[in-house]
Write a protein of this length. Structure first.
Length: 171
């Protein structure tokens, strides 16, 4: 695995963890990875490498900024894709974005189905069981707090399978 793919995979794993835990992707994660991607590109490819990293960051940032302004995703997701663009480049970050949006639609459909009356009772039962099993330790209930409202979900639930799809198709 290349340095770029390793860095992107590490960033995605850390973002998945923080997004599932607290529905945020902190700046202390995205900003260093964005700077690291640009620095690596500069060292590896000189000025033209840095320019490609900046183009990749802009390609990851700009479309998702529009989604963020429409209140579709959080600001952390926008900065995450900027950092991924710096490491992966324009084409790969746009492909990842496409797969993530497709998976987000699928996750949204699943949430709609599970928040129907019967499914809601089943979900509440699972939460009750999880809180009994993990009670007092901030276990499953803190990890699944986002699922209770049925309207929002961590975008990383769509980005992670999108990244796996991209890497499986790309080889």
């Amino acid at each position: 695995m290349t340095v770029q793919l390793s860095a992107a995979a590490l960033l995605l794993l850390a973002a998945l963890y923080t997004d599932l835990k607290s529905m945020t992707i902190p700046n202390r994660l995205t900003v260093p990875f964005l700077a690291g991607g640009c620095l690596y590109a500069l060292v590896d490819g000189g000025g033209s490498g840095l320019l490609l990293a900046i183009y990749g960051a802009a390609a990851g940032f700009t479309p998702l900024l529009i989604l963020h302004l429409a209140k579709g995703i959080g600001a952390g997701d926008v900065k995450l894709f900027a950092a991924l663009g710096a490491w992966l480049g324009t084409l790969a970050v746009l492909q990842l974005m496409m797969y993530a949006i497709l998976y987000a639609g699928l996750v949204g459909l699943v949430l709609l189905v599970f928040h129907r009356p019967f499914a809601r009772r089943m979900t509440e039962g699972m939460f009750a069981f999880a809180s009994l099993h993990f009670g007092g330790r901030g276990g499953a209930s803190s990890w699944l707090a986002w699922a209770k409202n049925g309207r929002t979900f961590p975008f990383m639930l769509a980005v992670a399978p999108g990244a796996l799809t991209l890497w499986m198709i790309s080889g």
